[in-house]
Design a protein around this ligand. Structure first.
Ligand code: WT7
Length: 572
């Protein structure tokens, strides 16, 4: 039997009434106008509170390799990394990219960059050179922190990046040669820096830059500021319900926003111990990890839950998972079946949480103690005013059951402050005083939000957004491809996967080999997520009279939906 202990939030209704973000400011000891440095709050402050020797971080890699860090270790490591960067001449607000697997240096490096007052730009380590290039170009990144495993992808594009001054290799054993302009750094060998004055960043100083994909144009760099801590701290406390004696596991990679907002900043600003597993997915390995570290709070994603469901209940029974106390999910629609299943096999339901790279923190969610309606995202976090806008007029709808656009009143602390070097795209995110999420939902008579789908063509595969435009652009670089259209197709586990329709250049014939070659081309240049799971060769693509390819028609076919108005089609 689980003992029921009161949740951190207590009563949702009561918090709605008395809510102010100053609750978090007061708890953190921050007064408006003070310096605010996320890394200082996650390390130095926790040590000052008497938790210096508390375990902050347990890392597990392949073959059971394990490393442990206390909050004092985090403080020293971030000092050491920040002062190393400073020695290289890296200055405040310059962008430092972290391009690594989920090794400890990724987490510690992130804190080091913020402590220096530079901007942390984490990029998913499975990105290929083309994905990397557009993001480093847009951010005019000064330095990349990486490992031998990934450095070749950076070397390949270096000449195209005039702003890139430093490549830092963090796992150099002196065995493999480095190239000119590359420098080795070993946290284990470096002399720990006891005192480092965290940069006196202010609320609006830039902190983290995550890239997200849209329907058109290149990926957008979402600019966050140090004040985001206020939202991240309070949502981690109330939604994830984190407490002092928790063992927390966030399964997201810090290459994506969940992995930084709730895989670094949330738990550590609360002084909570977190565990990280840096091995590929397997149900047995995951349950083993929960059992071994007695995980109490688990934040995961629907694709992972569906994979666990597929692995079955026998493997669950092989493990003692009784330490689990609270479960939450993010990134994609959480199916009703997944909630019912987890209640049955773990004795606990997954709590949904809805947000975006742009929102920086959780927006709509099932808070502890709130009634769960499986399949619904539940209600806005206190302090968040969310509504549905009419699809055509962008006016608030105030009617239940009708599909509208999810919109949020601007002004919460973790809201993006802009898209990097892309003011125009940022302006398009606002209408009639609302921030537009780009998602559709309905609201029921109890005020619960039900996710319907995206309002654009962006593909959400396993919780990761893929831009059809980005994939189409790279497809055109392949010598056999004349034209292409990229859409989503349904997938049992990943919800959606990428499918490409391709017309070939004269003289090129469709074949299985060519299909594989093109798939690999995308995987290497962009990433395994963006790789089409299917390529359909076709003699022509549906177009409007003005020559625009109509993805909508192809997508509707994949999903078995009505095609809708095709009166502007050129050939049907
Ligand atoms: C998009 C944002 C925020 C963390 C990871 C994703 C979809 C996110 C849910 C949910 C249904 C969801 C939306 C959103 N999404 N959470 N609980 N239910 N859909 O961040 O990569 O910026 O993606 O993911 O479409 O707009 P992101």
């Amino acid at each position: 039997m689980k003992t029921t202990i009161p949740s951190n939030i207590g009563s949702y209704e009561a918090r709605l009434k008395d809510f102010s973000w100053s609750i978090a400011e007061k708890e953190l000891g921050y007064r408006p106008g003070d310096d605010i440095n996320i890394a200082w709050y996650c390390t130095d402050r926790i040590c000052k509170m008497g938790k210096a020797s508390k375990t902050a971080f347990i890392w597990e890699g392949l073959g059971g390799a394990e490393k442990k860090y206390t909050f004092n270790d985090l403080r020293l490591a971030s000092n050491t990394i920040a002062s190393f960067f400073k020695g290289l001449g890296i200055r405040r607000e310059q962008r430092v990219c972290l391009f690594m697997d989920r090794i400890p240096e990724l987490y510690l490096g992130f804190l080091g960059v913020l402590k220096l007052g530079a901007v942390a730009q984490p990029l998913f380590s499975a990105f290929g050179d083309e994905s990397l290039l557009v993001r480093l170009e847009n951010a005019q990144t000064t330095a990349v922190m990486t490992t031998h495993k990934h450095v070749n992808k950076v070397r390949k594009i270096r000449e195209k990046l005039p702003h890139l001054k430093h490549i830092i290799v963090v796992d150099d054993q002196g065995k493999k040669p480095l190239q000119a302009g590359e420098v080795a750094f070993s946290l284990e060998k470096a002399e720990p820096v006891e005192d480092f004055q965290a940069a006196a960043t202010k609320a609006e100083s830039p902190s983290v830059l995550h890239y997200t994909s849209g329907t058109t144009g290149q990926p957008k760099g979402v600019r966050h500021v140090h004040y985001s801590l206020i939202s991240q701290y309070l949502t981690a406390k109330w939604v994830l319900d984190l407490r002092d004696d928790d063992m927390y596991w966030c399964t997201a990679d810090p290459g994506w926003v969940t992995g930084t907002s709730y895989g670094i900043i949330g738990p550590w600003s609360l002084g909570v111990t977190q565990c990280v597993l840096d091995v590929g997915f397997s149900a047995d390995a995951w349950y083993q990890f929960i059992e071994k570290h007695k995980i109490t709070m688990w934040y995961s994603a629907p694709t992972a839950i569906r994979s666990l469901m597929k692995a079955g209940e026998e493997v669950v029974k092989k493990h003692d998972l009784s330490s689990l106390r609270h479960l939450a999910s993010v990134g994609e629609p959480l199916n009703a079946e997944a909630v019912v299943w987890s209640q049955r096999v773990f004795g606990l339901p997954f709590h949904d949480s809805y947000w975006q790279t742009e929102t920086g923190s959780i927006m709509i969610t099932n808070l502890p103690g709130m009634k769960i309606k499986p399949g619904s995202m539940a209600k806005p976090f206190p302090g968040i005013t969310a509504t549905l806008l009419d699809l055509a007029t962008f006016e608030p709808m105030n009617s239940t059951g009708k599909v509208g656009l999810i919109a949020v009143r601007p002004g919460w602390p973790a809201m993006l402050r802009g898209y990097w070097n892309n003011e125009e795209a940022y302006k398009k995110k606002f209408r009639n005083g609302w921030y537009l999420t780009g998602d559709r939902a309905t609201i029921d008579q109890d005020g619960y939000f039900w996710f319907v789908g995206r309002d654009d063509d962006v593909i959400n595969t396993a919780g990761h957004l893929v831009s059809p435009f980005e994939v189409e652009s790279v497809l055109l670089e392949h010598p056999a491809v004349a034209e292409s259209a990229v859409v989503s197709k349904p997938d049992e586990i990943n919800m959606e996967v990428v499918k490409a329709f391709v017309t070939l250049k004269p003289g090129r014939q469709p074949s299985d080999d060519l299909q594989l070659e093109i798939m690999n081309f995308i995987r290497k240049k962009l990433s395994p997520l963006a790789m089409p799971q299917e390529i359909e060769f076709t003699p022509s693509l549906p177009k409007t009279r003005s020559g625009k390819i109509m993805r909508r028609v192809l997508k509707a076919k994949e999903w078995g939906q009505e095609i809708g108005d095709i009166s502007t089609l050129e050939n049907d």
